[in-house]
Design a protein around this ligand. Structure first.
Ligand code: NAG
Length: 312
């Protein structure tokens, strides 16, 4: 038993956000508030869209799924990050670390593909408005969502397969606040240069493909909107602006972290906080603040709740 355990690292240790204990204690409150807002905001969007019949259209179903993924994505890292701020020993078990890797890649991969399907939905709605209801029916929408989850799953499993058998025997400190693959494979006691390149290529391929597809579809949409500038165009433009903002917020930090040749630790950590903690909060904020339909649905929901209370 003991012999078998020797080559296995039972746990990893996070170095955390920063060195100062005082600053970490101070950060507990803001991070808790951010996480609470992310959970409430995203679940509110999901509940609004599912419960309001006015919002039963492919665009909003996709949006509800996006909010749901954002909720999951932030739940993988933020609660642990926040409670770890209060601890001196930020320990995570080997299994916990592997689950974090799988979940982050599953949800982030799924989100990337979902953003592409949302762009495709807008492309059909704006560039082929007459065929919209026949092209984007309920079933097609369900398939698109399913495909996003499947691609996310396959991507996560491929990442896991590459690191699961690595020998971890030496250092255990992950210089971050969650198990990020490039940092974890550095701890393996073998040369991981080639493996690292493979892992980056895997994520890079998915991210770059999605990003290029997004660029193409939004460029196409914006060009179409400019050509037919009528009344509908400004509304279409405002929807697309929120989509494009979300895309930039999601891909910006990822591209910066993975493609930027110089890695500066605090910049990397700042960006990691940005895309794990802030981005999932910004999505519902951007949509609810800018989208009239969602605002109306919110008003209806509040009125309904107040109305039903009057009966008692
Ligand atoms: C995701 O999209 C599907 C397909 O349109 C929809 O039926 C489902 O309610 C959505 N799920 C969530 C959690 O929003």
């Amino acid at each position: 038993m003991e012999d078998a355990n020797e080559s296995v690292v039972p746990e990893f240790i996070f170095s955390g956000l920063c060195n100062s204990t005082a600053l970490q204690t101070f950060l507990v409150l803001p991070f808790s508030v951010l996480y609470l807002m992310t959970v409430v905001g995203n679940l509110l969007v999901v509940v609004l869209i599912i419960s309001d019949l006015h919002l039963h259209s492919p665009m909003y179903f996709l949006l509800a799924n996006l909010s749901f993924i954002d909720f999951c994505l932030s739940s993988v890292t933020t609660p642990k990050l926040t409670t770890d701020l209060l601890k001196d020993n930020k320990i995570i078990s080997f299994g916990g670390c592997m689950s974090q890797i799988v979940c982050v890649h599953f949800f982030a991969g799924g989100e990337m593909v979902l953003l592409v399907t949302m762009a495709y939905d807008r492309y059909v709605a704006i560039c082929k408005p007459l065929h919209y209801s026949s092209i984007m029916n309920r079933q097609k929408c369900l398939w698109l969502v399913l495909i996003s989850w499947i691609i996310g799953f396959v991507h996560a499993m491929s990442q896991l397969a590459m690191i699961l058998e690595l020998p971890f025997c030496g250092p255990r400190v992950v210089d971050s606040f969650f198990c990020d693959i490039p940092l974890v494979i550095k701890l393996a006691c073998m040369d991981t240069h080639i493996l690292g390149a493979l892992i980056n290529a895997d994520s890079g391929f998915l991210a770059t493909t999605c990003f290029i597809l997004l660029l193409i579809s939004y460029t196409y949409i914006l060009l179409t909107v400019r050509l037919h500038s009528k009344d509908g165009a400004s509304k279409a433009l405002s929807t697309c602006t929120s989509h494009i903002t979300v895309v930039v917020l999601f891909f910006g930090p990822c591209i910066f972290i993975y493609l930027w040749p110089l890695s500066i630790t605090w910049v990397d950590k700042f960006l990691a906080v940005f895309y794990t903690v802030i981005t999932p909060l910004l999505n519902p904020a951007i949509y609810t603040l800018r989208n009239k339909e969602i605002k109306n649905a919110m008003k209806r929901l509040i009125r309904q709740r107040l109305g039903s209370r009057d009966h008692f």
